[in-house]
Ligand binder design. Structure first.
Ligand code: F6R
Length: 357
């Protein structure tokens, strides 16, 4: 099934543009209009607050989802780690909608929240890759991510598929609420898919950067702000889970509040810049770590790039940038694991679906 690929992870990274195009076709009718179950549309419309519940990589997609739903559909959103929510429940709004994001649809921590929320009688929606999975069956509604089976333990295409579906849901709700749209979501997602292809075709470049930045290191920092911060959290998780390099994603503005103490001569720092409004801020954060000897790999987006940036991503709509910025991060994690001789598809201590609390 891997075909020409040495690992499922690499195959699944490569499949991502195809998956985004598939989602575009699945959620669109012949007239180019959005297809969403009217019951889901109504639940979104009636909700005074949305609670996104997930774990791991799906939680990182949920952080992006919060931005998408708040900015596009103007509904307040909270994103929670399922295992934390379960034992430390926040005060809920009057008419909440709960959305569970889970590739497998079997994650015990997320299911624990679903069971508790159903007892309270609130509406529930599951966004999952697996039709008929437990979380899909037990929630009121389901949206499928159509990513196809994900075999590698490290999640890649499920993450980008979740973000695409969350974007479509946000646009649909905006439409239902009569919020004027300046952009066509399907068009923007198609542009993103093309940009993903471009980055996927630059694998050698990512491989070289791994050699240059991570060859001799036991640690790696990822820095970014706003949307880029969330992509950094995901990039760090990928790197640690498959290459066992200690990696952390940090919000650029937080560096000076402690983390910068960790930077020393040669510390690898991967910096992300895809959001024009924080362009100056992240550039100055990069200067701060460079001044302390960090070895910085700068990933910027066209239109915001500077001459010596190591990786430049094709420009896409700023709400959707994690779809493209995560590709070099996934590939960096992949090659770092390969170089270290790690079992890429089956990292130690991990299981594909975590059905225990
Ligand atoms: C990381 C990874 C995990 C899962 C998490 C949730 O690469 O795969 O962090 O994202 O265990 O799994 P699902 O999405 O199946 O609920």
């Amino acid at each position: 099934e891997k075909g020409i690929y040495p690992h499922y992870m690499l195959k699944e990274i490569d499949e991502q543009p195809f998956v985004i195009r598939k989602i575009v076709s699945k959620y669109q009718d012949g007239n180019g209009d959005l297809i969403i179950d009217p019951n889901i549309r109504n639940s979104m419309k009636e909700a005074d607050r949305i609670y996104l519940i997930a774990c791991g990589t799906s939680y990182h997609a949920g952080l992006v989802g919060k931005q998408l739903i708040e900015k596009i559909a103007e509904i307040p959103v909270e994103t929670h780690i399922a295992s934390e929510f379960l034992y430390n429940r926040p005060i809920l709004s009057k008419n909440p909608l709960f959305i569970f994001i889970s590739q497998s649809g079997e994650t015990a921590d997320s299911r624990g929240v679903l069971v508790a929320i159903k007892q309270l009688g609130y509406p529930t929606l599951t966004i999952t890759n697996v039709p008929g999975s437990t979380l899909s069956r037990e929630a009121n509604f389901t949206l499928l991510t159509h990513a196809g089976p994900e075999i590698a333990v490290a999640s890649t295409k499920a993450y980008t598929a979740q973000i695409a579906v969350l974007a479509i849901l946000a646009f649909d709700s905006a439409h239902a609420k009569g919020i004027k749209q300046e952009i066509n979501p399907f068009h923007e997602l198609s542009i993103a898919a093309n940009a993903m292809d471009i980055m996927i075709n630059k694998k050698e470049m990512m491989e070289e950067n791994v050699w240059k930045y991570l060859n001799a290191s036991r640690t790696c920092f990822f820095i970014g702000r706003s949307m880029d911060y969330y992509a950094c959290l995901e990039g760090a998780l990928k790197l640690k889970e498959i290459s066992y390099i200690q990696a952390e994603g940090f919000a650029g503005g937080e560096l000076k509040h402690g983390t910068i103490a960790l930077i020393e001569e040669g510390t690898p720092v991967i910096a992300l810049l895809t959001q024009s409004h924080i362009r100056g801020n992240i550039r100055s954060n990069v200067q701060e770590v460079l001044a302390r000897g960090a070895h910085v790999c700068m990933i910027s987006m066209e239109g915001m790039e500077e001459k010596h940036d190591q990786i430049v991503l094709p420009a896409i709509h700023e709400h959707l940038t994690p779809l493209v910025s995560v590709i070099p991060l996934q590939l960096i994690a992949y090659y770092a694991a390969v170089y270290r001789g790690c079992d890429v598809d089956k990292p130690r201590n991990l299981a594909k679906s975590v059905t225990v609390e």
